[in-house]
Design a protein around this ligand. Structure first.
Ligand code: NAG
Ligand code: NAG
Length: 433
């Protein structure tokens, strides 16, 4: 679909430029235009200007977006006919807002564990994406304070319910009207028409197997939303849903993959923690606890939950403790280990247990009991992180005895493999630091 038809506004071009170019093509004198540009810029309805039947060989130059941001909309909506102005191609136009490849000028961030939630007015929201946006904004804020850099962030979602949820979450913490060094504005696509920000975070919300994306598929809106950012554009969405949508969003995901701008939210520990927090709050423990929990699928260590652990978690009353447990698990599954971890003074265990089990404190009172285990998958043996239970110290010996009866059946070879990988993980972690 081409958006250069006369009916459509061209949201890519700066307002003044557009008015100017439009009138130029209507055959007006250029000097006159320079002079009256400001006046026109205020009053003229672009849609109207376009529909007056003028020709469309506009000289299309865009001055707003870093080239990595303009690349996709340019190809998709403008036949690659829009040129990047020299100013956006300068090195200084590329700004770093956060450390990590995921936070470059342009990226798609795959948030897979979201949950679509229809509100009473039939608008959709996704609290997991809200949590991810909030986490990113919180990190931006910390960075902005530390570096004393002015940052203006815009959060956009096509769905009113999501905009509202984001405003509720962010409005309490940050300046929303934009007067301080760090400001966040949260708006719908329509609310952003004509606007721009240094950094834009888009929450696409939809997350379902059908690939149903509703009015997200509207090309003109998509064009608007993708062309608001100056230095950074981070698009959050469920990669699979968008890929199945058969819309321009499918192309967007493919394009991001092809350009190496596609990232999984769970690859960033902070974002993974935010996802878990949201899922716990949404009472989605089942999702978190199922075998091959999607949360841990991309992690360095696969995680397997023991029945006792699942039981303890599902009966856990305190939401914060629950979050802390998963938080610790995410760290463990990404390879983090406590240094100089001393088991001996934590508890007095005999048998194989003492060699294999590890006890990590969760919150002072509770402890996570885990070990490395070997599972058979597709006729291959793989090391996994087995989580036995979460218990107070006094309850641990009982578990240890039970687990020992399981370890008794392990051959020496298998036990050695468990120990071996455990050490390797710890070493790898040290190297990283
Ligand atoms: C998004 O991430 C999930 C799990 O992390 C993965 O299974 C899925 O393939 C990813 N989506 C795409 C489009 O790559
Ligand atoms: C471990 O073994 C010692 C001596 O063999 C015994 O005194 C102690 O009670 C055992 N501890 C546990 C937790 O079974």
């Amino acid at each position: 679909m081409k958006l250069l038809s006369s009916k459509n506004v061209n949201p890519l071009l700066p307002y003044n430029f557009l008015v100017c170019a439009t009138l130029y093509s209507l055959g007006m004198n250029y000097n006159y235009l320079q002079w009256s540009r400001a006046r026109y810029a205020r009053g003229l309805n672009l849609e109207e200007a376009y529909s007056r039947g003028h020709k469309k060989h506009l000289l299309n130059v865009q001055y707003r977006m870093h080239p990595s941001i303009s690349s996709f909309p340019n190809r998709e909506f403008y036949d690659n006919k829009v040129l990047d102005a020299p100013n956006v191609k300068q090195r200084t136009y590329e700004k770093r807002f956060l450390q990590g490849n995921m936070y470059g000028s342009y990226s798609f961030i795959n948030v897979t564990n979201g949950i679509e939630d229809l509100d009473s007015k039939h608008s959709t929201k996704n609290m997991v994406e809200v949590a991810v946006v909030a986490e990113i904004v919180s990190n931006l804020f910390k960075d902005s304070v530390a570096s004393k850099q002015k940052v203006r962030v815009g959060c956009i979602s096509p769905y009113k319910a999501q905009v509202f949820a984001l405003q509720e979450k962010l409005g309490k913490t940050y300046d929303i009207d934009g007067n301080s060094d760090f400001s966040v504005s949260v708006r719908s696509i329509d609310g952003f028409q004509g606007g721009e920000e240094d950094l834009i975070i888009i929450s696409t919300v939809r997350c379902n197997r059908r690939g149903s994306v509703g009015f997200l598929s509207n090309c003109q809106r998509t064009n608007v939303v993708l062309t608001r950012a100056r230095h950074g554009l981070w698009i959050l969405g469920n990669g699979a849903t968008l890929m199945n949508s058969g819309t321009v969003w499918e192309k967007l995901v493919l394009d991001a993959k092809a350009r190496g701008c596609f990232y999984n939210a769970n690859d960033d520990n902070n974002l993974a923690q935010a996802v878990v927090g949201a899922l716990v709050e949404l009472n989605q423990l089942d999702t978190l606890l199922k075998i091959d929990s999607p949360l841990f699928s991309d992690m360095r260590w696969k995680v397997r939950f023991g029945d006792d652990f699942v039981r303890s978690m599902t009966t856990m009353k305190n939401i914060n403790t629950c979050k802390e447990v998963f938080s610790l698990l995410i760290k463990l599954s990404s390879g983090w280990r406590e240094h100089d971890h001393q088991m001996d003074n934590v508890l007095d265990m005999n048998g194989t247990c003492s060699q294999l089990l590890d006890v990590y404190n969760v919150n002072g009172f509770l402890n996570l009991i885990w070990s490395v285990d070997i599972v058979r998958e597709y006729s291959k043996y793989t090391q996994v992180l087995k989580v036995w239970d979460v218990l107070s110290l006094t309850e641990i010996p009982k578990l240890a005895k039970r687990v020992d009866t399981i370890f008794v059946d392990y051959e020496v070879e298998k036990i050695n493999r468990c120990k071996c990988k455990k050490l390797k993980g710890a070493q790898e972690d040290k190297k990283k630091k």
